[in-house]
Design a protein around this ligand. Sequence first.
Ligand code: 13P
Length: 258
Amino acid sequence: MRKKIIAGNWKMNTSLAEALSLIGQVNLSVQQQTHPLLQTIIAPPFIWLTEATRIAVTTNGLQVAAQNCHHEKSGAYTGEVSAAMLASCGVKSVIIGHSERRQYQRENHAELVQKITRCFEEQLHVIYCVGETLEERDTNRHFETVKKQLQEVLGEINAEHASSVVVAYEPVWAIGTGKTAGPDQAQEMHAFIRKELQTIWNAEVAQNTSILYGGSCNSGNADALFSCADVDGGLIGGASLKADEFAVIRNIMISKLA
Ligand code: 13P
């Protein structure tokens, strides 16, 4: 069975005090309520990662991810953070290709391939984000966009590394907007992504790859989304900043595993 994953992307939020409190609360709730097939991930800002890995009890299924890494190994890149640094402080995975970075940092596909390669060199897993803009969906180019994002990046990754990749479908129009893809839209795209993974790698890998939904996912819509056959969990933004809300979303996923 594919691994189910609930991941919280904190983006550029939280003070030190808020981060410590939130890490502690999430850690406690994972200790109290967990399932062997559920992986819980939190992705705090870089600066809190060491605290997060120190507090997180990974044996209970709580892992710490970073929101990005630099595409070079090391060197004179002021202000940047390498995959090796992340691995050395206990981070287990890295979010790569988030639409906010594609948009604001102009990250291109060649750079994303390099970042993913750096992650694998450090035995880090990758949560690779794809998703179309509203304009692309409105003009019926959403499949084309996602296909290109998959082919030009994951197409460069050897199938032997595929078990270290999770894909997150995050329609740009649903991120932080309160608009969510309906379950039918999510299932349709997730099935399409799985079919593309089969073309890029093979059928077995495609069946075993977890595909997460992201974009205004919350306790009110998680049940419908997680009921979809090809939705293996969520990459949660705003709702992951509230420990109670995040716990409810996790429990909804656990209920699907019962
Ligand atoms: P929201 O849940 O705030 O819409 O953010 C989703 C996201 O971008 C997660 O990476």
